[in-house]
Design a protein around this ligand. Structure first.
Ligand code: ADP
Ligand code: CIR
Length: 346
């Protein structure tokens, strides 16, 4: 058991970026510092300390965490995104710059496509350090702004509190809604006061969705069945621009959009397909050689930390910072093209 304010111990074989980059020297230097929101080093590392199987293991409580604890966050950001403290982030949400032809015209491989971005409200703490009142205020303001959206983005907000259990389970199983009780988020303080202040907005077709107050205060999502990546990106791009007219988001010249998990900084974008690759999955070395080449991550089909089912994988861009939104999606498109070509050969 790790004692409060003592250098944590990690089990043998721990591979998290926290365990790799948290030296005793950095711990001692940072352990008594707190941001203006009262967020301390021990809060930032708690998820990775109690979950040694974390990939990363750290969360920020606010924008200031990224500077106050930079000796820990910078090497983690450098290793995950290949982005150094001198670099500047850049943005491009123009669908005309994306080269995304139909990769699967017969619909044999790509089951569905989803692109999401994370956003947090400017001048407020991030989820791990937010108060219940601030969180509830965000829910009220953002859901009101969303309910004023028009055209194919028009929809309704459904609070999690009071949601019928069967409806909730169906929304999760169909990949529309976040799951409950994630242990990584729990240990980061992101599940405090659950389910109050959380919910989901979506249009009738469930092709445009916004999660409120999960890991980030907003997760803006565009998704649909099949492999029309350009259509999904175009919808997301116009939705982001609409929402940005009403809600000011936390953004820094250096780190782009500010998110609670450092893997999401920058574009905060994860562009993914659920794709059937049963043959390639028999040779994970060949599979991983292609995904690594294109900076892609392999997940199971029920989201992060889940397993594949029936040879279907979630393939998404890994880099999100120091690359534009168009480049994030382009990484995914290029990799998926090669994965399909390889699967066809087998
Ligand atoms: P994130 O919101 O960070 O992308 P997860 O990996 O937990 O988080 O995924 C959230 C949900 O989105 C999960 O239910 C997952 O199965 C679903 N999902 C992700 N990509 C796709 C996709 N291409 N098609 C359908 N559902 C998807
Ligand atoms: C972990 O460290 O495994 C969790 N805190 C989740 C990290 C986010 N993962 C990712 O690759 N985007």
């Amino acid at each position: 058991m790790n004692k409060k304010n003592e250098f944590p111990t990690f089990p043998a074989g721990c591979e998290s970026l926290l365990c790799k980059h948290l030296t005793k020297e950095i711990f001692e230097e940072l352990k008594d510092k707190k941001t203006q929101n009262g967020f301390a080093l021990e809060d930032a590392i708690h998820s990775g300390v109690v979950n040694p199987d974390s990939g990363i293991g750290v969360y920020a409580g606010d924008l200031e965490s990224y500077t106050l604890f930079s000796k820990l966050f910078d090497p983690i950001i450098q290793e995950y995104h290949g982005f150094s403290p001198e670099d500047k982030h850049k943005s491009n949400l123009n669908p005309n710059d994306l080269d995304a032809p139909n990769l699967d015209p017969k619909g044999e491989y790509i089951v569905s496509t989803r692109i999401r971005v994370g956003r947090n409200v400017a001048d407020l703490p991030l989820g791990p350090a937010i108060t219940k009142e601030q969180r509830n205020e965000i829910e009220k303001n953002v859901s009101q702004s969303l309910q004023a959206m028009s055209g194919n983005l028009a929809g309704r907000y459904y609070p999690l509190k009071g949601m019928n259990d069967d409806i909730k389970a169906a929304l999760i199983a169909d990949h529309f809604l976040f799951k409950t009780g994630d242990r990584f988020l729990e240990a980061a303080g992101l599940n405090r006061n659950w389910p109050e202040g959380r919910g989901i907005y979506h249009n009738d077709e469930k092709t445009f969705l916004v999660w409120i107050n999960e890991e980030d205060q907003l997760r803006i999502i565009s998704m649909q069945m099949g492999g029309n990546i350009l259509e999904v990106f175009t919808r997301l791009s116009s939705a982001i621009q609409e929402i940005e007219k009403k809600v000011a988001f936390s953004y820094s010249e250096h780190l782009g959009y500010i998110t609670s998990c450092p893997t999401n900084l920058g574009t905060a974008m994860r562009a993914s397909v659920h794709i059937k690759l049963p043959k390639l999955a028999q040779d994970m070395t060949a599979f991983k050689a292609i995904t690594d080449k294109h900076f892609l991550q392999i997940r199971g089909i029920h989201g992060e930390h889940s397993e594949s089912e029936g040879g279907v994988y979630d393939i998404s861009n890994k880099r999100r910072l120091g690359v534009t939104e168009v480049e994030c999606v382009q990484d995914m498109v290029n990799g998926v093209k090669e994965l399909i070509a390889k699967e066809k050969l087998l």
